[in-house]
Design a protein around this ligand. Structure first.
Ligand code: PLP
Length: 397
């Protein structure tokens, strides 16, 4: 029966994400019903709020017109994406010193889908290594498939950037840098340690670079392929979501190098995609390609600058308050230690009730997240400043 089906694939074992965000929504709803006058500022969401840039909008409009004319109409495209977007991405990687071939890039409808779908090409008896805390999708997708999961502890002592433990055996390793929720980003030495460990273990790294566009520090890697040896052990996932505001437009990409297992993984992923996926809409891919024009890049950077300014305001506030945190520099997330030893949910309630500010309790991202709290820089600038003032007033010693 249905109940035993769900038991068998163990979806019911894990309800972190839905539990987390539905609990937040319920608490905020109950609070505003009891206090209708409260002016609540939401710094909890991981979604963008600024519109698509004009260069993208123009490309989308032009692509709609293409679809209206016989000569330029596009039906099914290649499942792995259009050549024009592959070429644009090859150029983007080249600008960080990474050489890729067009057949190593697969266009997707976003990083989340591919992060889940990639598991189709891995056996269910593989052991998965996941940092704790982290974006809940890595754990949930593997729980659904019944894979064994081991955790790498991220904590205050390692700056929420765990390094490999040689005594741990695993087959699949998730790395998210800059990280959601902690905002922490690996430097070259840190990533090199993971690459060396993976190559030694014959493990595959699933590298989530969804926030690479927030990296400003030139010394930090934006792609795992900037690290020597990565092409023989890593698959990289990235997205236009945070880079260009495509959370509602949907486009991303996955890189499966041909150096991985003598090209076998690239072929397996192509087979998987051509079998189960019919490609991202032509119109959307045209919009995505416009991000890489000179005008598009300039406009996207302006929008990213808007969010980065919010991150600076929040970081300066935490500095002033003497609160320990990670992130905020190469990331839209700030991950702070709850003051006075409060646990994440106690701090959530305290902030909601006393400052009318909503954030995300760290406990929702894994056991090591308890006692920590995530704020995001994706909000409105004036509202973020107002939230910062309220934090200062409430938390000043
Ligand atoms: N990876 C991380 C770490 C994320 O935080 C998110 C979204 O918040 C995603 C992937 C999903 O991105 P996409 O919109 O491309 O599916």
């Amino acid at each position: 029966d249905l109940q035993s089906f769900f038991r068998c694939c163990r979806i019911d074992d894990h309800f972190l994400e839905t539990y987390l965000f539905s609990t937040i929504a319920r608490k905020v709803r109950e609070y505003s019903e009891a206090h209708p006058e409260a002016d609540i500022i939401r710094l909890g969401i991981g979604d963008v709020t600024r519109p698509l840039v004009p260069a993208v909008i123009d490309a989308l409009h032009a692509a709609v017109e293409d679809q209206a004319k016989q000569e330029t109409f596009h039906g099914y495209g290649d499942e792995q994406g259009y050549g024009f977007l592959h070429e644009a991405l090859v150029g983007y990687y080249k600008s960080h010193g990474v050489e890729l071939a067009t057949n190593e890039i697969f266009i997707s409808d976003g990083a989340k889908s591919d992060l889940g779908n990639i598991l189709d090409i891995f056996g269910t008896d593989n052991t998965v290594l996941v940092p704790d805390p982290v974006y809940p999708v890595y754990v949930d997708t593997n729980v659904m498939a019944g894979r064994k999961i081991v955790f790498a502890d991220a904590n205050e002592a390692n700056g929420f950037l765990p390094l490999p433990d040689e005594s741990v055996q695993c087959d699949i390793i998730y790395i998210c840098s800059p990280n959601n929720p902690t905002g922490a980003a690996y430097d070259r030495a840190g990533l090199k340690a993971w690459v060396d460990y993976a190559n030694k273990q014959n493990a595959v790294i699933l590298y989530d670079a969804a926030y690479e566009c927030f990296i400003e520090d030139e010394t930090l890697p934006r792609s795992i392929y900037e690290i020597e040896g990565a092409k023989s052990c890593a698959i990289e996932f990235c997205s236009f979501s945070k880079m260009a505001g495509f959370t509602g437009t949907r486009c991303g990409w996955t890189v499966v190098p041909t150096a991985l297992l003598d090209g076998k993984l690239n072929k397996m992923w192509l087979r998987r995609q051509t079998t189960k996926f019919n490609g991202v809409p032509y119109i959307v891919q045209k919009g995505a390609a416009a991000c890489f024009t000179e005008e598009g890049m300039k406009q996207i950077k302006e929008t990213l600058g808007y969010y980065k300014q919010n991150a600076k305001v929040l970081a300066a506030t935490l500095d002033e308050l003497g609160i320990w945190y990670t992130g905020g520099k190469s990331s839209p997330y700030l991950w702070l230690k709850c003051p006075n030893g409060m646990d994440s949910w106690t701090f959530f309630d305290y902030l909601l009730e006393n400052a009318n500010v909503v954030g995300t309790p760290g406990a929702g991202f894994g056991k090591n997240g308890d006692g920590f709290f995530r704020l995001t820089a994706f909000g409105d600038q004036a509202r973020t400043k107002e939230a910062a003032e309220r934090l200062k007033k409430l938390l000043k010693k």
